[in-house]
Design a protein around this ligand. Structure first.
Ligand code: ATP
Ligand code: MG
Length: 286
């Protein structure tokens, strides 16, 4: 029987949906019923394990899974002998220190001698050490944001994305400890066959994620603007230029980074571009 790569993803929670979506976009098809712990993929030699995200780094280190998808915050916190292989560009958040809104805060020194509640004791300790701060870390596994309100701590360090949870608990964000996104992690001692499968998967992930950030751009340009428009179009070799039936006009096709596109749209219009179409790209091999 040929080798399968065992991929650990979160069973339920904020990483689950996008992790499954990414694997499916990479061409792995599988069913993921809510109560399944393990499933096989039909068209790629892989097995998916659905686990609690906190447990994934340990399972990857112990070779129960070969690779896994977790938040970078969990990867760093767990300090396992495993590797970060690829950033995945979703579940972006930050780990921040927050204090009660009514408390004065004058920089990180205000934390000295205080009690901080967090689910990320290792990350917080490292941050405190780097900043020459001594504080007591109180580890709790959930609902960290209520700790100051019930007198358990003076400050917290927790995940923030919009800040609305902090706000509704009367807290204000005062320091960013780290930025995080979903990452692909791997065991450090994969055998050669599994390594080949991992490389195939990384290649596909890159193709999917590159495509997400880029758009296929089509526009009509007066022939005497082609040169100017070509100069404005960012990050590309040269556009494909096809003459239109209408005399003096051509169609230009190119790939542009989505963010850059919004910055140049006015210039394109000013140069006479018409019929601008921006189309999603499904996969992009570069
Ligand atoms: P589990 O039950 O699997 O242990 P959990 O409750 O620990 O789940 P989730 O809340 O599902 O974890 O978050 C998983 C990861 O998603 C976090 O470690 C973090 O990297 C990321 N994350 C958490 N909250 C947000 C958010 N609000 N926005 C974006 N990403 C987030
Ligand atoms: Mg968890």
């Amino acid at each position: 029987m040929s080798k399968k790569i065992r991929i650990a993803v979160q069973k339920s929670g904020r990483l689950q949906e996008q992790s499954v979506k990414l694997l499916k976009e990479c061409g792995l098809s599988f069913s993921n019923g809510p109560n399944r712990l393990k499933t096989e993929t039909y068209n790629f030699p892989a097995e998916i394990l659905f686990l609690r995200d906190d447990d994934i780094p340990q399972y990857v280190e112990d070779n129960v899974a070969d690779i896994g998808i977790v938040g970078e915050n969990v990867f760093i916190e767990k300090q396992k002998d495993i590797s970060l292989i690829e950033r995945l560009d979703f579940s972006k958040c930050r780990l921040s220190i927050a204090v009660p809104r009514e408390k004065d805060y004058e920089g990180i020194a205000s934390i000295n001698g205080k009690k901080i509640a967090t689910s990320y004791p290792n990350i917080v300790q490292q941050f405190l050490t780097e900043n020459n701060i001594t504080a007591e870390i109180h580890e709790i596994s959930g609902s960290v944001e209520i700790a100051p309100g019930i007198g358990l701590a003076d400050a917290i360090c927790d995940i923030v994305s919009t800040g609305s949870t902090l706000l509704s608990n009367g807290l204000k964000e005062v320091e960013t400890v780290m930025k995080s996104e979903a990452v692909l992690i791997a065991n450090n001692t994969l055998d050669a066959e599994t390594q080949v499968l991992l490389e195939k998967l990384i290649f596909r992930i890159k193709a999917v994620n590159t495509a997400k950030n880029n758009k296929y751009l089509l526009l009509n340009s007066p022939n005497d603007s082609i040169e100017a428009i070509t100069k404005v179009l960012p990050g590309m070799k040269s556009p494909t230029v096809t003459p239109l039936q209408q005399e003096g006009w051509s169609s230009l096709h190119s790939v542009v980074n989505e963010n850059e596109f919004w910055e140049i749209i006015d210039q394109l219009k000013a140069l006479g571009a018409q019929g601008i179409l921006v189309v999603p790209i499904e996969k992009m091999i570069i």
